[in-house]
Structures are given as C-alpha cells and as structure tokens.
Design a protein around this ligand. Structure first.
Ligand code: MG
Length: 166
C-alpha cells in the first residue's frame, strides 16, 4: 500500500469588524481572521497537509498572494482546488484530522456544519466524522491565541497513492 502522511499548520490574526470564516463556514463573532484570503486557518492547514502528503510543496506555491485570483479566496474554494489537484495526481484521502486552537468563540455548536462543509469542499461525500476528525480547543489563556488575538489550526492527512510510486 502506498500511503503518504502530510502535516499542515496555519495562524491568522483576529481583527474587529471582519467576518469569521472557519472550517468553510461563517461563524457569528465580533472579530474575523485577517488575511489576503478569507483567513480560514482550518481550511488552510488542511490544504497545506494535503499538498504536503502529495509532495506538492506549500500553499504559497499553489496559491500565491501575487495571483489576483487568490484575493479574498474562500477556504471552500481553496480546498476544492487542492482536492482536485491531488485527485488528478491519483491520490485519495484515507483520513484527515484537524485541530483548531481558539480562545473564543465556542466552536462546538458549529462542528457539524464545519464537518459537512469541509467534506463537501473536498468532494469526498463518503467522508464523515469517522474519517475526518475535527476538534477545537483553547490555548488556556496563553500567548496571542489565548489572549484572543489569533486563531491557529493544525492538520494531519493520510493519502493513498495509485500504484507503487503513487
Ligand atoms: Mg493562511
């Protein structure tokens, strides 16, 4: 079996007056994530892990800020395009696990919506909570995340490649 593991990480600053996009859904909050894109750290970490597992390099290489089409890009579109790239190369997602680190807002009420939106964006309808882990935790009040100035996300992904070399 040709299995590939990938890891991704992202962090964005929180700023007042912006919509908060996390896990491909908009979450009611008084602050949102600052970025060239919509700032969806969960989508970015997951896309980074997918590209890493496929050996395709980092997110910036595929979606450079110098490309005007990436301006305001949604996490949904980012995952759609990343998933298309890895599937075109013969990879299939075996399992993915995403951890969001945010002091606020509480994310558990939005978990199911995020799971559904992420799996839809990946185009893997068979994925459910058994093969896509999605967890949220706080940073125990520590550092920029704990002080509510940023939100971060980590992701690990397992891909199955086609053939001996994938
Ligand atoms: Mg990012």
């Amino acid at each position: 079996m040709n299995l590939r593991i990938g890891h991704g990480y992202d962090i964005h600053r929180l700023e007042a007056g912006r919509p908060l996009f996390l896990g491909c859904v908009e979450i009611p909050f008084d602050r949102g994530l600052l970025g060239h894109s919509d700032g969806d750290v969960a989508a970015h970490a997951l896309a980074d892990a997918l590209l890493g597992a496929a050996g395709f390099g980092d997110l910036g290489r595929h979606f450079p800020e110098s490309d005007p089409t990436t301006r305001g890009m949604s996490g949904t579109r980012l995952l759609e395009e990343t998933s298309r790239k890895i599937q075109a190369a013969g990879f299939a997602i075996v399992h993915a696990d995403v951890t969001i680190v945010a002091e606020a807002p509480r994310l558990s009420p939005h978990r199911d919506a995020m799971l559904a939106a992420i799996t839809t964006a990946l185009g893997v309808g068979a994925l459910d909570s058994k093969v896509l882990g999605l967890k949220a935790r706080t940073n125990e009040g520590l550092d920029a995340i704990g002080e509510g100035r940023a939100i971060a996300a980590y992701a690990v992904v397992l891909l199955r490649g086609r053939g001996a070399l994938g």
